[in-house]
Design a protein around this ligand. Structure first.
Ligand SMILES: *[C@@H]1O[C@H](CO)[C@@H](O)[C@H](O)[C@H]1NC(C)=O
Ligand SMILES: *[C@@H]1O[C@H](CO)[C@@H](O)[C@H](O)[C@H]1NC(C)=O
Ligand SMILES: *[C@@H]1O[C@H](CO)[C@@H](O)[C@H](O)[C@H]1NC(C)=O
Ligand SMILES: *[C@@H]1O[C@H](CO)[C@@H](O)[C@H](O)[C@H]1NC(C)=O
Ligand SMILES: *[C@@H]1O[C@H](CO)[C@@H](O)[C@H](O)[C@H]1NC(C)=O
Ligand SMILES: *[C@@H]1O[C@H](CO)[C@@H](O)[C@H](O)[C@H]1NC(C)=O
Ligand SMILES: *[C@@H]1O[C@H](CO)[C@@H](O)[C@H](O)[C@H]1NC(C)=O
Length: 464
């Protein structure tokens, strides 16, 4: 009995960790070539953690000297510059992440031009190793840093204990003297801070101790797992590809906001006609439910416990562009015909001309739900605290009484559960508090970043 339970737990954990599918999506016409590699871990704030170095609003995380407390402020000086009162170091989780024996994720300091090269901060490259020990093993690395000592076409893979590089005091400032001096084996990894041991061991397990193998590389879309480890909301690559569907659905629509906490309509296999469907979550808002048939938490009389997931919210790409999710209707009333399709919304001034705050800002939303109270051509944008809608008790069932009652400002957002605060703040930051602006819309291909969050792609296997 004990063994049986244990096995189930392992299966569940494995599934929960890597999501339903690993999609390696090469960027057509993207950068590719051959390159050399080395290892590094200099403990210094990564170059792509500075807002000024990255074209996008969101940068790679840096951390306090514990390696785990992430710094919201992009302008904290590097811990490698103690004379500038620097306090920003590398985060211990930006290390190799094993997917399976032949595929891993990771991070690297990179140069394509030779020397400091910030041009590709936050982009992802698929490396294929050319070395007999790990021949043909592949690793998707996100570019989080660069370095004046790097030759052209070079990946310096982030591996704790892998080498200090130029900034040879960095790790002493972060972790004390001597810690990183002589890592030569998996055993040595056990001598350094616990938070760094998995990253250090990666070199001796998945990489089999291989020393600086050459690679071929190809630009790919960044997997969500990498963005989650490195990003503030998301350290997206710079090239956001908006791909309109030729002859696709388009028009003008009205918008509102909602967050009713209920299982989204497109989470039901029978409604979405697609497998996989949109993720729903346990009442913690983060534990994803594999079972599409769990009743909605808004129906406690049916023992429902499937709620909205706290990450299906607005995601800022830059000042004028964002991703998100919406309940939509095109026919008026419940309309599941476009579950999991993506629409590019372009915000317009309100009809009285008074609300023009986000005019021309664009947002790609995925249709994850619908609603009997929605008029035709309407997007109800998913924003925590945005409004309960018809299911007035849903959020009480998920989060307790009163939580969502009167969100009118960014400050109010800080009163709700932490997991929902980024989504709530989106309304007051990126959307500038704009109230229900009209939009024009155009059907587009769903970006991988959206699919990775919702779990659903509009061209998924059809299910009836
Ligand atoms: C590892 O995962 C990749 C991507 O899902 C897959 O193509 C490959 O076959 C897997 N390899 C092994 C050994 O399971
Ligand atoms: C590789 O790069 C070349 C230009 O150097 C480009 O023409 C080609 O499309 C790229 N290949 C892929 C598969 O992206
Ligand atoms: C590291 O060693 C130097 C002298 O070599 C000493 O001044 C300093 O206090 C030591 N720091 C730590 C954290 O042990
Ligand atoms: C935001 O990103 C979009 C998509 O990549 C791009 O077209 C737009 O120019 C960017 N805007 C700003 C202000 O960076
Ligand atoms: C917009 O929709 C019309 C049909 O309503 C279609 O003919 C046209 O091709 C669409 N436009 C785009 C850019 O997809
Ligand atoms: C919410 O309030 C109701 C009465 O209005 C009470 O029965 C219930 O226990 C409360 N639930 C929570 C989670 O506070
Ligand atoms: C679904 O879309 C993905 C990329 O968005 C593409 O790679 C795949 O081939 C498509 N599948 C089908 C069946 O159209």
């Amino acid at each position: 009995m004990r063994i049986f339970v244990f096995t189930l737990l392992i299966l569940f954990a494995f599934h929960a960790c890597i999501g339903r599918d690993i999609h390696i999506v090469p960027i057509v016409g993207g950068l590719n070539g051959t390159a050399t590699t080395t290892r590094y871990w200099d403990c210094c704030k990564p170059s792509c953690s500075w807002e000024g170095n990255v074209d996008v609003v969101s940068t790679a995380w840096s951390c306090l000297n514990d390696g785990v407390s992430k710094l919201e402020d992009d302008n904290v000086q590097s811990g490698c510059d103690p004379d500038k009162d620097g306090a920003a170091f590398m985060c211990s989780d930006q290390v190799g992440i094993i997917v399976n024996d032949t595929l891993a994720y990771g991070f690297a300091a990179v140069s394509f031009s030779g020397g400091v090269d910030l041009s590709r901060c936050c982009q992802c490259m698929l490396l294929t190793f050319q070395d007999y020990l790990i021949q043909d093993q592949q690793m998707i690395v996100q570019i989080t840093s660069t370095g004046s000592d790097l030759p052209a076409n070079h990946f310096d893979i982030a591996i704790p204990g892998g080498g200090n590089g130029l900034k040879d005091m960095g790790c002493t400032y972060q972790w004390g003297n001597g810690t990183f001096d002589s890592i030569e084996s998996a055993d040595d990894c056990l001598e350094i801070d616990e938070s760094l041991q998995p990253g250090c061991l990666f070199r001796f397990t998945w990489m089999k101790g291989s020393a600086n193998p050459p690679v071929t590389f190809q630009e790919v879309e960044c997997p969500q797992e990498i963005i989650d480890a490195s990003g503030f909301h998301a350290c997206f690559g710079r090239d956001i590809h908006i791909v309109p569907i030729v002859g696709g659905f388009n028009g003008t629509a009205t918008t509102t906001r909602y967050w009713d906490c209920c299982k989204p309509s497109c989470s039901w296999e029978g409604n979405a006609h697609l497998v996989p469907t949109v993720w729903s979550c346990l009442n913690d808002g983060v534990t994803k439910l594999e079972d599409d048939n769990v009743q909605s938490g808004c129906d406690p009389d049916k023992d429902g416990y499937a709620f909205m997931c706290s990450d299906q919210v607005g995601i800022i790409v830059n000042d004028t562009f964002a991703y998100g999710f919406a309940a939509a209707s095109f026919s008026g009333g419940v309309d599941e015909s476009r579950c999991c399709q993506c629409m590019l919304l372009t915000f317009q001034a309100s009809s009285d001309g008074k609300d023009y705050l986000i005019q021309d800002q664009q947002m790609i939303v995925q249709v994850t739900s619908t609603g009997s109270d929605l008029p035709a051509n309407h997007f109800d944008i998913a924003i925590p605290g945005g409004g309960n809608g018809l299911k007035a008790m849903g959020c009480t069932y998920q989060w307790g009484n009163g939580t969502f009652d009167s969100i009118e400002s960014a400050d109010d957002c800080l009163e709700i559960d932490e997991s929902l605060q980024p989504g709530c703040l989106f309304r007051f930051t990126w959307m500038k508090g704009s109230a229900n602006p009209p939009v024009t819309f155009q059907e587009v291909e769903c970006p991988q970043e959206i699919i990775d969050v919702s779990g659903c792609r509009s061209n998924a296997t059809e299910y009836y």
